[in-house]
Design a binder for this molecule. Structure first.
Ligand code: PRP
Length: 209
């Protein structure tokens, strides 16, 4: 029987490059010249693989709906969204963490504490756990602006190198959770294409050792 086509949802940007290199290292014959492409669907006929390039936050949506069989998603996105997908493998790439940060030597406002974030669920779970009532302000990016211009006392955001915080005069307060990229799968695809998917997981694991 010929092998079935596999659709993989990949995040655009820096995670894509790391994940793509990992697949190449695992022995998948993928073209080297994708960097400058603006294509959103990339076919690799010799491997029967099709990549769809999505915003990182949207990868689990494609996988949950089954239009992608598997996907590569950050643990941050998976914690935030709680989608019906299985997590198969920690790829240990794009390591970073989620933390609270703010202006130095400041406390949460006593009367109306505000926290800006693009992770409203992770942030509200964190402050609930601490027993602190805060108003969550949802933003889509450049979260570090919020404390600098008085929109919020704290942010909950990704820290990778820490440069964005430092260059904007902010400091970290609490470490919330470590983040790496994960291989996720649609449960139905996992049953129907189990051989192909297990083979990919096995090869990725071997190449990571
Ligand atoms: C992420 C994150 C921080 C920054 C952290 O933003 O939200 O702003 O990277 O990286 P660093 O610790 O290495 O400085 P991203 O680049 O995804 O853009 P965004 O502001 O649009 O979220």
């Amino acid at each position: 029987m010929s092998k079935s086509e596999l659709t993989i949802a990949m995040p655009k940007g820096r995670i894509f490059e790391e994940a793509y290199a990992l697949l190449q290292k695992a022995g998948f014959q993928l073209p080297d010249d994708l960097e400058d492409s603006r294509k959103l669907i990339v076919e690799v006929p010799n491997e029967k693989i099709r990549f769809i390039l999505a915003k990182p936050m949207d990868v689990p949506v494609y996988v949950e709906h089954g239009v992608a069989d598997i996907g590569i998603a950050g643990k941050d996105v998976l914690l935030e969204q709680k989608r019906s997908v299985h997590e198969l493998l920690d790829l240990k790439i794009s390591q970073c963490y989620i933390a609270t940060a703010g202006l130095p030597n400041t406390m949460l406002n006593d009367i109306a504490p505000r926290v800006a974030t693009k992770y409203p669920k992770i942030a509200s779970d964190f402050y609930k756990e601490k027993g602190e009532q805060v108003e969550i302000i949802g933003l889509n990016g450049s979260i570090e602006l919020a404390p600098m211009i008085g929109l919020a006392d704290r942010i909950v955001d990704i820290v990778s190198t820490g440069r964005t915080l430092t260059e904007n005069g902010l400091v970290e307060y609490e470490h919330i959770v470590d983040v790496t990229s994960r291989l996720i799968v649609n449960p139905v695809s996992y049953r129907l294409k189990s051989e192909r998917i297990r083979d990919m997981v096995r090869r990725l694991k071997e190449s990571m050792e």
